[in-house]
Design a protein. Sequence first.
Length: 401
Amino acid sequence: MNKILTMFFLLVLSSTLIACEKETVPLNEGVKNPLVTEGNSEFAFDIFRELNNEDYNENIFISPFSISSALAMTLNGAAGDTKDSMQTTLQLKDINIEDMNNGFAHINYMLTNLDEDVEINIANSLWVKDEYMLNKQFEFDIKSNFNANATLLDFEDDKSVDVINEWVSDKTNDLIDEMIKGIDPYAALILINAIYFNGSWQDEFNPSKTQSKDFITLDGSIMQVDMMRRIDEIDYYEDNEIIAVKLPYGDGLISMYCVLPNGNEDINSVISEMNVDKWNDLRNEMNYFYEVTLELPKFKMEYGIKGLNDALVNLGMDVAFDERAYFPDLIEGMEDNLYINAVNHKAVVDVSEEGTEAAAVTSVEVEVEKKASRTFIANRPFMFIIGDEEGNILFIGKKVA
């Protein structure tokens, strides 16, 4: 389905836009909250370590902020142990929901207005099965703080998958064109965060200096890569465990930090020990007094669609994924019957002489608790009875052939 037809279908299929049609919801520019930034950073290393344990020998690329954002939206509908476990996992347990929302609103506003030379787009959306209605306060809070519109969709119509994926593609500049492969028949709500980044290096690499060179992989084998090269005064950090460089984009308000083990340790050992304290030391103690010979591969990487359920369970969020889950403030009339079925993530990145283009999407699928199921398949001889509510039998029979 091409883009025009899909967008037309979106207009027809979601004729009822349930967010903000009756009244305009003012967007919150938020309040800076260091606890939100610190919590997000701690969660970033937590989730990265968990995924590294799963994909120990593979390339990994994620947007922790995308994952945090999607789960923070979902957290607005949680209560009791579910809320507590989600806040603990997200490293936001010392922050009330209002302050958390203000913190995310500030980060969203700040990042999207950070630098004219760096494009950062952050988008959120809610997709609701058309037989349900969102909790009004939840809908208002998510629109105000995360700028997420809610759309009713017929989840049983296969075209709904195309509608959601078209939104994802549009918000990621076509870098990610498929996030949803299908919608579970019990799904009631899908929450999505999408992030797109495009930044030019403050000091670009000269393409004529790029050469094919050896890259030693984790298992010790050698592969050829296009290695970019610069000799310049570059922010540099070194301690007993790591060495690192800082490569700014645009006006220098956002940068790529590249980290190598300092010695014979492999990168997995570095990842297993990385935390917010070490991240802050790395950022704050960069030294600009060295002339650095920098060689960095050009590369493209795609990671996902990656299921995050196991990683989040290992981080303590297990209650949100089973019958113990309690999301009383998501959907009207479904206070005790909702749980998270799947948290999925996909990210892509392209690093070249000019800069970096990247995108990531996180989806949280919330389902209605399944009723106990049985099957009745009359593919062998059976008896049948026709009777009334008082027990009178009008007819009785048996079919054997």
